[in-house]
Design a binder for this molecule. Structure first.
Ligand SMILES: [Zn+2]
Length: 315
């Protein structure tokens, strides 16, 4: 029994480590969904703001599912470098005509999965299903965030082919955790309407693919000038020594990449808000206020209507 328990604890802690390692860190995913809410038009804000804690907390559900749901893993990445062409089929059906499905799954299906999620979110808005809207909005926020991470767009996702293991967590967990709150400016433009969501999905994933060399090269060059003891420090947490990156190395890496991580985080936030907004518009702009459990007080509803007029005028 004890042995069994210890085994489960071991499995759990391994899962925890893997989760920490292979997604925008939990911190960044939560930040992205949270900040995206403030870029929405007032009519949407009236529904999304009261549920902001849900959207933040559930920003990491897709990563939690990776270890429980078969087929979840490939939805978080695509190995663009595996394909020797820049012209991959935009839609899933045409992708299936060109490549066997098991091969597509093996190399990641993120750009196609995003289109499915956008369709489902639009449908949930159209059907005015508040629980589904929130769940799908939180989920697509996660996948859009992943699509902005360069190391989610290549097969060398943790520097394993270039002797740079650990770079994944450095880029998407350590940098935002150390720098975002005090150093980064995440203010960005409001949600935009996408005529063709698939184009945007492919665009930011292609940008991620193009940034992979910068991510790897800058770390490699810096590591050569930072002796290991100035790159890492050890901190005791729960009676265990944990290796972590030093703020000096994090800052130097961030600057060497010309603030790429900060820019990608900011673009993720804007893209998530735009995806939610586009789904709502495509669903015919349903009145979300009626979906609130306690419907809005008349004076608050009036304020929302006024703010909305301003939003429309400024657009
Ligand atoms: Zn993920």
């Amino acid at each position: 029994m004890i042995l069994h328990m210890r085994k489960s604890i071991l499995v759990l802690s391994l899962i925890f480590i893997s989760l920490k390692t292979f997604s925008w860190g939990f911190y960044a995913h939560r930040l992205i969904n949270f900040q995206a809410v403030f870029l929405l038009p007032p009519e949407m804000l009236a529904f999304f703001k009261p549920h902001i804690a849900y959207l933040r907390e559930h920003a990491v559900d897709p990563d939690r599912r990776r270890y429980m749901v078969a087929g979840e893993g490939p939805r978080h990445f695509i190995d663009l470098d595996h394909y020797k062409t820049d012209s991959l089929p935009s839609g899933w059906k045409s992708a299936l005509e060109r490549f066997p499905e098991d091969s597509l799954q093996q190399h990641g299906i993120l750009p196609w999965w995003l289109q499915t999620m956008q369709y489902r979110l639009t449908k949930a808005f159209r059907e005015k299903e508040p629980d589904k809207i929130l769940k799908l909005a939180a989920d697509i926020g996660h996948y859009i965030g992943d699509g902005h991470v360069p190391l989610h767009a290549c097969s060398n996702y943790d520097g394993q082919f270039t002797n740079q293991r650990g770079i994944h967590a450095l880029w998407e967990s350590a940098l935002p955790e150390l720098l975002a709150e005090d150093q980064w400016q995440l203010y960005t433009s409001r949600a935009a309407y996408w005529q063709q969501p698939a184009l945007f999905f492919w665009q930011f994933i292609r940008e991620s693919g193009k940034a992979v060399d910068t991510v790897l090269e800058c770390e490699r060059n810096l590591a050569a000038t930072f002796p290991p003891d100035t790159r890492y420090s050890f901190m005791e947490r729960n009676g265990k020594l944990q290796k972590q990156i030093t703020p000096a190395f994090a800052m130097a890496y961030h600057e060497a990449m010309n603030e790429l991580t900060e820019r990608r985080l900011k673009q993720s936030i804007q893209a998530v808000a735009s995806s939610w907004y586009t789904a709502w518009v495509d669903a015919g702009q349903p009145d979300l206020k009626v979906l609130l459990k306690d419907s809005l007080q008349p004076e608050v509803a009036e304020k929302v209507a006024q703010l909305n007029l301003l939003w429309l005028k400024e657009n």
